[in-house]
Design a binder for this molecule. Structure first.
Ligand SMILES: Nc1ncnc2c1ncn2[C@@H]1O[C@H](COP(=O)(O)OS(=O)(=O)O)[C@@H](OP(=O)(O)O)[C@H]1O
Length: 418
């Protein structure tokens, strides 16, 4: 017996409708492959399909100093190349966006013609939200990275030993910290920024301000409003996983080789007194770090959870190891004098021996290109991207041999030496 109103035409409609529904579900499943999905517990329990997310391509990274930020810049540049994105690069011969001057839009190459159409911004600058917003699209994701001020100050001391008056005039980092005001003179304010609360300064605030609770609280709140995410360099791998989720990127987008690190013999041991002194001398940075270290772990607990985090960190490390075995002659960074290809020599500064990498000799062209991008230091990569994006401008000079010729910059794949 047929149910009322169930004519052959209705049956055909029902079959067509079911087919469409099936196809829609199937296409959804294929589309989901290799993408990240935020699955909340309730969704899991109810077996509701997770909401897909789309990789964010408008991203601003505030590159703070001595915080593993060169490694992050390398990740950002590789991502920009992968998706053919426009990077807000420093104008003319500069390698930073006007630092230490407060950022203004015209520090960006091509701003007058390109306007508010840049996708990625990640070279050093002193943050100034209104001017950055003139360059970056309205839906831009803002993030930055902080490091424990104790190892950070030691790192700064060695790296800026010759440039910063307060460091130059002291014998070593412990002597400086025993009585910082003896070496840190207010008259040298500009040249001394790396010697006190450098992260506070990079975020655009006064690094010599009085540590007053109301003021610091207001600054922390403002940073929370301006940035979607603050990473912690001391938990770099965990940071990369959190970033990957926040941006809906693939794991391979956040695989990295550590860049801009020092040889162990150029690291000075801090005394316990010096460590305590840093917390007081750089109390603004100390507060900044404590606050965002706490929110970093809270964010992990509220989003991916510690268990998933650990699994993904393990994946990241396994993939990194695999890539190191593919790319590198030695399975680690080497001292500056041991870097064979001088085109891959990182910028050297102060009393630090900044390490770099040697690539394997017999890599095929495609692998070689991938490996070169993993190890190319910040200045060389900035100069290269600038030449690609602004072919009619004079190339930024690094003073080292070129890794890629001009032809290759126009994406012509030719055999290259490593
Ligand atoms: N992945 C990862 N994890 C942890 N730490 C890392 C990582 N990558 C770089 N580094 C360390 O960061 C220091 C360099 O920081 P920056 O690249 O920000 O320096 S710079 O301001 O751009 O010159 C430098 O610290 P020091 O070696 O203590 O000087 C690097 O060793």
């Amino acid at each position: 017996m047929k149910s009322p109103g169930c004519t052959p035409r209705h049956v055909r409609c029902l079959i067509i409708f079911s087919l469409c529904l099936g196809l829609t579900c199937l296409s959804g499943i294929f589309h989901m492959k290799n993408k990240n999905y935020r699955i909340s517990k309730s969704q899991e329990e109810l077996l509701i399909p997770p909401t897909p997310c789309h990789a964010k391509t408008n991203v601003m990274f505030l590159k703070t100093h001595k915080t593993a930020s060169s490694t992050v810049l390398n990740i950002m540049f590789r991502f920009a190349e992968r998706y053919n994105l426009t990077v807000a690069l420093p104008a003319d011969q500069l390698f930073h966006l006007g630092y230490p001057r407060t950022f203004v839009a015209h520090f960006v190459e091509g701003f007058k013609t390109i306007g508010q159409n840049y996708n990625i911004m990640c070279n050093h600058l002193r943050f100034n939200p209104l001017e950055v917003k003139r360059v970056m699209a309205a839906n831009t994701f803002y993030f930055s990275i902080l490091r424990n001020p104790i190892p950070l100050l030691e790192s700064s001391y060695i790296y800026y030993k010759n440039n910063v008056p307060a460091f130059r005039s002291s014998k070593n980092v412990n002597e400086f910290l025993a009585s910082p005001t003896k070496y840190y003179h207010p008259a040298d304010y500009r040249a001394n920024i790396y010697a006190r609360n450098i992260m506070w300064f990079d975020f655009g605030y006064n690094n010599n301000a009085e540590d007053d609770t109301q003021y610091t609280q207001a600054v922390l709140e403002e940073i929370e409003q301006n940035f979607h995410l603050i990473l912690i360099a001391d938990y770099f791998d965990e940071s990369m996983i959190l970033l990957k989720h926040a941006l809906c990127w693939d794991l391979d987008d956040v695989i990295y080789f550590k860049l801009n690190s020092r040889s162990q013999d150029t690291v000075q041991m801090l005394t316990p007194e010096s460590e305590e002194q840093i917390k007081a001398w750089c109390s603004l940075d100390w507060k900044l770090y404590l606050h965002f270290n706490q929110s970093f772990w809270r964010r992990i607990e509220e989003t991916i959870g510690l268990e998933v985090l650990q699994k993904e960190v393990d994946h990241l490390r396994a993939r990194q190891k695999e890539l190191m075995e593919t790319c590198l002659s030695e399975q680690e960074a080497v001292r500056k004098d041991d870097i064979r290809n001088k085109a891959l020599l990182p910028f050297q500064s102060g009393a630090a021996d900044i390490l770099g990498y040697n690539l394997k000799q017999d890599l095929d062209n495609r692998t070689l290109r991938t490996c070169q991008k993993m190890v190319i230091p910040e200045l060389q990569y900035t100069s290269y991207l600038y030449a690609v994006q602004h072919p009619h401008k004079k190339r930024k000079e690094v003073g080292l041999p070129l890794l890629w010729t001009n032809l290759q910059e126009r994406s012509v794949q030719l055999p290259v030496s490593n």
